[in-house]
Write a protein that binds this ligand. Structure first.
Ligand SMILES: [Zn+2]
Length: 392
């Protein structure tokens, strides 16, 4: 079942029954308690139609979102629903094999990837998506351990994985691989490919406040960034045009993957019910709540560089960096960082974002952070000191 609309506290119906049963399966909701209103008649649609998204469901959804490093809002939309679906799979529950164009996704795949990495088989990062790199690593593992190298994870492979898991100590091979890739590509920005993703667009204007719209601001910022990067010899691609409409996060990620970029920079502006919420924050792919390496170390590093430069060069409040499992961050094969450049709902932030001088500083901050990312550590200089020849 695919879920198009968003469900929240107070909603009822079959979709809510489905959400409840998934939460029960995950141990986040007690079975049976207040599952339906009325007579408890659950045979046929009559009973399930009465399932209620009540306070206990709201709490369980928030708990789940927190665990999975998603936005915690208690609302089940397509993304949360997909995660609920993925979370129920344990390694061994089903056969796993690579299917072109329709990859298997789930927590069992993530466990498989972690096991493969622990044993030194490079399947890329742990993202729970069975893609070609995971299949290659799986075949390699099977070949090494005298199993039929068919790339399918069935009973014999599960048993072998289980046996070996106890003897192998986990490491961070993926972290090493990412940083190897980073340094192999050399210290110069020229020749790099960067995808710039201005959020929203078209009929989706994002946050609107203080006479500003998020879609327009991030578009303008993206163009300034694109100009600077191009001048430095970077091939920069934008995920959308000025008026492009209806481009989802999955499509943006697919676009970035197709360009085989070195890095993705997604630009957004934030909102909050409190007009006092202010500042800039940067997000990378990562889930803080589990011991496995579900994070992009380069993404995390770049996020901290961007954050540092933005705060130092613009004087914005430091909203710090955070690991998130948002679709764009997760589905891109290269490190990706999403920057929330300020709160449009905050008067001071809005005034800053309205100024073209501020946007120039913001764009320059991102470019300097990028420059730093590719500098060997010994050549790094204190924040605020690095000047790019082209723009001073
Ligand atoms: Zn946004």
């Amino acid at each position: 079942m695919t879920m198009q609309r968003r469900y929240r506290r107070g909603d009822t119906g079959p979709a809510v029954a489905e959400i409840r049963s998934k939460l029960v399966l995950l141990g986040l909701l007690p079975a049976g308690a207040h599952a339906v209103h009325g007579t408890g008649d659950t045979d046929g649609h009559g009973g399930y139609a009465d399932a209620v998204f009540d306070d206990s469901v709201d709490l369980a959804v928030r708990h789940f979102q927190q665990q999975r490093a998603m936005t915690v809002d208690g609302v089940v939309g397509p993304e949360t629903y997909r995660h609920l679906d993925e979370a129920r799979w344990r390694l061994g529950d089903r056969m796993l094999s690579y299917s072109i164009g329709h990859p298997t996704v789930g927590d069992d795949v993530a466990t498989l990837q972690q096991r493969l990495l622990d044993m030194g088989f490079d399947c890329g990062r742990v993202d729970g998506i069975l893609g070609p790199a995971t299949e290659r690593a799986l075949r390699e593992f099977q070949r090494n351990y005298g199993l039929g190298a068919d790339g399918t994870c069935g009973p014999a492979t599960f048993r072998a994985l289980d046996r070996l898991a106890r003897t192998v100590v986990g490491g961070q091979p993926h972290a090493m691989r990412e940083s190897e890739l980073l340094h192999r590509s050399g210290p110069s920005l020229a020749g790099k490919t960067v995808v710039i993703d201005p959020g929203h667009g078209g009929t989706d204007q994002g946050v609107t406040a203080h006479g500003l719209t998020e879609a327009e601001i991030v578009w303008d910022l993206a163009r300034r960034l694109e100009g600077r990067l191009s001048a430095l010899g970077v091939q920069a691609y934008l995920t959308r045009g000025l008026d492009s409409d209806g481009i989802g996060e999955e499509e943006r990620a697919a676009f970035a993957n197709a360009t085989d970029a070195d890095l993705v920079i997604s630009l957004h502006a934030d909102r909050n019910e409190s007009p006092r919420a202010a500042g800039v924050s940067s997000y990378y792919y990562g889930s803080g709540s589990d011991r496995y390496g579900r994070r992009s170390p380069t993404g995390e590093h770049f996020a901290s560089l961007v954050q540092r430069e933005l705060v130092a060069r613009t004087g914005m409040v430091d909203g710090r960096t955070h690991g998130k499992a948002w679709t764009l961050l997760r589905r891109t094969r290269m490190p990706a960082v999403r920057i929330e450049v300020g709160y449009l709902t905050n008067a001071e932030d809005a005034a800053r974002l309205a100024s073209s001088e501020f946007r120039d500083h913001a764009a320059e901050s991102v470019v300097v952070a990028l420059q730093r990312l590719y500098l060997p550590p010994e050549e790094d200089v204190p924040t605020g000191m690095l000047r790019l020849p082209v723009f001073t």
